[in-house]
Design a protein around this ligand. Structure first.
Ligand SMILES: [Ca+2]
Ligand SMILES: [Ca+2]
Length: 310
């Protein structure tokens, strides 16, 4: 309806412009300094809305019209939207040389060519083009969470938090490293962020430590996972980032009031189009003597449970 209206209303003008632009292609547009500084295309597939914006230079008295043509790759679809600089329909500030418009538009999965055109009162046409790829959107999935216990000497082992605790050392710092294996059929660039939150309200320390845990999930801007590498179909993200370097989250020894008990981790993955996906994972922190020690991986640190080491 809108398309027909625009086309109908603008048909004579548009026809003239095409004719004029043919002439102008031969004559150099030397009577204007107007440039398209930026052309923004933001298509919202969920709400079928397209936001278009063309930034020209400030002195826009010479501009007669700004519009955007959209052509599909298969040539079966084309439309045209006129942008405004009157603080209307998605344009925020009037007469600032930025022309905008927000339009209802339902696009099928394919590529589109978008030509933004600025027409001056002398008939000069300035063009800037962009390509828009519209593809089916898939929500990200957390395939796997991998936990590692790491030591300062770079030794480490992987463990399964569903049936094995994280073992706190009596006198040395140890480190917790976590990786997430994420799948998103739209590719790595579609993943917006991978973050984590921690809930320690069930953790305890020795009486002399006077430890009172904070309640609820804690979240900090530095708590995000960085992309590390790709597998055939998934992406591995790791908690080691610019703020938290290898080997991982430092875990205090018991001698420095290290805490035991169950900590809840929440991992949140968001892409550009779906709602964030969250997974909760409990992890038991245990110390030597609690009866959980992994003597195969770490015998020497807990002789009371492991007895003689090989
Ligand atoms: Ca404006
Ligand atoms: Ca996606």
């Amino acid at each position: 309806m809108l398309k027909r209206y625009i086309k109908h209303k603008l048909a004579p003008l548009y026809f003239c412009l095409i004719i004029t632009s043919c002439v102008q292609e031969i004559q150099k547009p030397d009577n204007t300094d107007i440039k398209i500084i930026d052309f923004i295309v933001d298509y919202d597939q969920t709400n079928n809305e397209i936001f278009l914006q063309v930034n020209t230079e400030l002195e826009n008295q010479e501009i007669t019209m700004v519009f955007v043509e959209i052509f599909s790759e298969d040539n079966l679809f084309d439309t045209l939207f006129v942008l405004n600089d009157s603080a209307d329909n998605g344009d925020l500030i009037s007469s600032n040389g930025t022309y905008s418009g927000l339009f209802y538009l339902m696009l099928s999965f394919q590529s589109y060519q978008l030509n933004s055109k600025v027409i001056t009162e002398t008939g000069v046409e300035i063009i800037k083009s962009k390509t828009l790829h519209v593809e089916e959107q898939f929500a990200p999935e957390i395939n796997k969470i991998i936990f590692y216990k790491k030591n300062i000497d770079n030794t480490y082992y992987e463990f399964n938090p569903d049936n094995e605790p994280f073992l706190i050392d009596d006198s040395n710092y140890v480190f917790l490293d976590i990786q997430l294996e994420i799948m998103d059929k739209n590719g790595l660039e579609d993943i917006d962020f991978v973050r984590y939150q921690i809930n320690v309200e069930n953790m305890v320390a020795e009486d002399s430590c006077d430890y009172i845990p904070v309640s609820g999930y804690q979240s900090f801007p530095q708590w995000y996972l960085d992309f590390q590498n790709s597998t055939d179909s998934t992406f591995i993200f790791d908690i080691n980032n610019d703020y938290l370097e290898e080997p991982g989250i430092p875990v205090k020894p018991i001698s420095l009031c290290g805490r035991t008990g169950i900590t809840l981790f929440k991992f949140i993955v968001s892409d550009q189009n779906s709602n964030p996906v969250a997974i909760e994972q409990p992890l038991l922190f245990a110390k030597c003597g609690d009866g959980f020690w992994n003597c195969d991986e770490d015998c020497e640190s807990c002789l009371i449970e492991c007895g003689e080491c090989e």
